[in-house]
Design a binder for this molecule. Sequence first.
Ligand code: AHR
Length: 705
Amino acid sequence: MSTSLPTRFAQLASGLAFCSTLGLAPALAQSKPGAATTLTVQVNKPGAPIAKTMYGLFFEDINFAADGGLYPELVKNKSFELDEHLLGWRGIRGAAALSTYTVSSQQPISNANNHFLRMTAATASPDAGFINEGFRGMGIKQGADYTFSVYLRRGPGSVSGLNVTLEEEGQRGAGPEAAGSGNVLAQTRITGLTGEWKKYSVVLKSTGTAPRARLKLTMEGAGTLDVDVVSLFPKDTWNKRENGLRTDLVQLLKDMNPGFLRFPGGCIVEGRNLTERYQWKETIGDVASRVPLVNRWNMEFKHRSTPDYYQSFGLGFYEYFQLSEDIGAEPVPILNVGMACQFNSAELAPVAGSTAGGPNAPAASRGHNHADDDPTLETFIQDALDLIEFANGPASSTWGAKRVAMGHPTPFNLKYIGIGNEQWGPQYLERYEPFMKAVKAKYPTMNIVSSAGPSPDGELFDAASKRLRELKAEVIDEHYYAKPEWFRQNVGRYDNYPTTGTKIFAGEYAAQSVAIGSPDNKNSWDCAISEAAFMTGLERNADKVIMASYAPLFAHVDAWQWTPDMIWFDNLRSYGTPNYYVQKMYSTNPGTTMLPMQRADNAKNGQDNLFSSAVADDKTGEIIVKLVNYSPEARPVTINLQGAKKLGKAGKATVLASNDLNAVNTLDQPLNVAPKDASFKVSSANVTYTLAPHSFTVLRIPGKR
Ligand code: AHR
């Protein structure tokens, strides 16, 4: 029986509350109020280099992050291939004479795209047609250009054209069948129809701005018209690409200077069952031929049910690699290890030599278009090997040739792949080992990310970590979704991890203001500052932790399932949360070399709410100090830069602060909690600075080691 995520996550949350951690004892000595705390940075005793991958991004198609978000196609269900073929479409007044749609295997556009809308009007009517609602409407900007394209085939009768209207939402209360008469934003007419499928394309310029526009298609004349692959795509995309991404959202990512991009998830990699797993090969090639798949998050949370949530795969693996390249991030694809989500069906692909079947054997075909081959572990391994060839192989290789054909002759230079998302138990280890060995046999230098499961401690976590270290795993992916105090109390989590061998990827984390899975979780300043505090512990252990990413990344304000999330958006606007700014302050100040840092009073990092870490930036010749003051009082500190050379006269402080721990950012107040820059004097190797109440501060001090 499947267990829902909320239930599992509620269990997880309560488990975490009982964790006795590596953290702090509850009663801690307070420094004398008002006296400056001295922190020593041993500039002359540098530690290990900091991995270029240190601070990165976790992308998953949850909360309408892809369709309706980063992927700016405005038409929902453009090819009529969803299980509910007319989802997103509705007939309008005059459509009574229309037969709704035909599922035809006779002369569809392609075998992969074999459903289309057949409109038949017995008599001509100006309103005989259909409306597409978009993804909670369509965000349209005044003066902007949108490419409308469609495949049309004229049938019997005398249909002479298709009228295309982009309009604001009509008046409410006019009934679902009403055409509505919202303001027209753009209009065109397509003529020259033939009896064969033909693609038509035209650019529409909008005369107005509307956050919730819609697209109306009406027939001119009586008869039959076949319609497929209806697309309305903004011209203004990242790098002006035809199938490009939403510019404001990519800009927010690029501004972070991310070290890596993890994709496509997340549980979406696994699927609720193996048939619904993410299959990268189904997401490349001609966009019109990519077959959509249900999104596993659609009905996961009863309190945020989104039955209309599918994956069009317009944003597929090629686009993920391209995005990584665009924003300067190492691509880190996470692949299915032959296991469906263990919070759901927990289906398993059989391992060679073990008995197939059993309660968790994959179900037979579920009648979906996707290749449904009762896969064995070998299928998954082959997919991984083929992916590496797709990313890195020469044009002469089978999969490298597909990348080249899509327009990227040079390799993507893939160096990391994840085997399994958030898997646990012996079933994972049993599959991971042969999988890892097969990848290593063919690609010995590939870095493999393995999973420690959904919980950051406990028996399963310990067993997985032990075995993965025995197997000489390069990187173990640890996840923690917990209360803000957990983050502050666990700042020392990595202090005793081994410095040699396996490294850590803090692959998914976020402070939960209420509980995991709660719809009341907020991206509050309390959560963000607690993450900032915890991250000083990551930075102090950058010889063990080489990658870290907040999760999830994106959420549509009208279509989310999971909160908190780093970046929120509607159809036109977007903003970074306080958590975004914390991540950005780390990822834009990563440094190159660890520097040891201690308090003169020998207090532990985090004691009496003061958290700190330091790195050198050997490229710019600066010492970077990160300081979190989780107290309602201002706090003076003296930073003693031991052995620093060539100190400059002034430093730069970036401060993120709010007196209100419940403060959040919103679409209307996107910068309520946002960093502010200032300069400060550096007159000696003892730098004095006063930390604001409840603040996260990054100091960049010119000086060499
Ligand atoms: O980030 C949301 C989900 O949390 C991810 O999909 C999964 O890996 C984790 O359980």
